[in-house]
Design a protein around this ligand. Structure first.
Ligand code: FMN
Length: 214
């Protein structure tokens, strides 16, 4: 078997995560860390791994981009006819994982997904560059295609169809909001004794903060 990495165990020492320093509200705590990630000159600080699973529990993971977040939850956009879209139609529970290596931080978010409103999706779609809007029409995401040429041909087709016209949002292109019931903040520490603080939503709507063993 080939070892994936022969370098010595990396030590982490940039920061620590203490109960007395965090917000009692996990969305505010996410916001504080996200602002730091935005300032840290990372490639795609808004990229995270999204895990979905089929209704019989077979998981799959891929990277998508966070486009919005607030007290209601965390929003990304995708094709609802894709593999992830079909998983989410069958099983709305999903998990997000952000890894900001430069900051030695991970954030895990779990909860239930709902679609954003049509108006919200329309507004966001309208704000995208024209090339990305065409891309949404061109790609039947997650389907098998014969070759790359098909995509180029479809780009020409949709560019001429919408020449000098606004490009509408395809009905299959949707926003998904994950409504969280669990958010964990992980800060790397020396000797694998990392800090982990998990916010868990209780039935009464209050968040409880628990420290987990690393
Ligand atoms: C950095 C990065 C950002 C991405 N952002 C998105 C996104 O916001 N929405 C999306 O549908 N796919 C995005 N993708 C592509 C997905 O990873 C994936 O290939 C695609 O959504 C199809 O996934 P599925 O077949 O599991 O549904 C991104 C990929 C990368 C590497």
């Amino acid at each position: 078997m080939t070892k994936s990495n022969n370098t010595p165990d990396k030590q982490y020492g940039l920061s620590e995560l203490k109960e007395e320093d965090v917000s009692s509200n996990p969305i505010k705590q996410f916001g504080a860390w996200y602002e730091e990630a935005l300032r840290a000159d990372l490639i795609h600080p808004n990229a995270f791994t999204l895990t979905t699973s089929t209704k019989d529990g077979k998981p799959s993971a891929r990277v998508v981009l966070l486009k919005d977040y607030d007290e209601r939850g965390f929003v990304f956009y995708s094709n609802s006819e894709s593999k992830k879209g079909s998983d989410l139609a069958d099983n709305p529970f999903a998990a997000f994982c952000f890894w900001w290596g430069k900051l030695e931080r991970q954030i895990r978010i779990e909860g239930k997904i709902e679609k954003v409103s049509e108006d919200e999706a329309d507004d966001y779609f309208a704000s995208r560059p024209r090339g990305s809007q065409i891309g949404a029409w061109v790609s039947n995401q997650s389907t098998v295609i014969p070759d790359r040429k098909l995509l180029d041909e479809r780009v020409c087709e949709f560019e001429s169809k919408y020449k000098d016209k606004p490009i509408p949002r395809p009905l299959y292109w949707n926003g998904y909001r994950l409504v969280p019931d669990l958010i964990e903040f992980w800060q790397g520490r020396d000797n694998r004794l990392h800090d982990r603080l998990r916010y868990r939503l209780q039935k009464e709507g209050e968040w409880v903060i628990e420290r987990l063993a690393p």
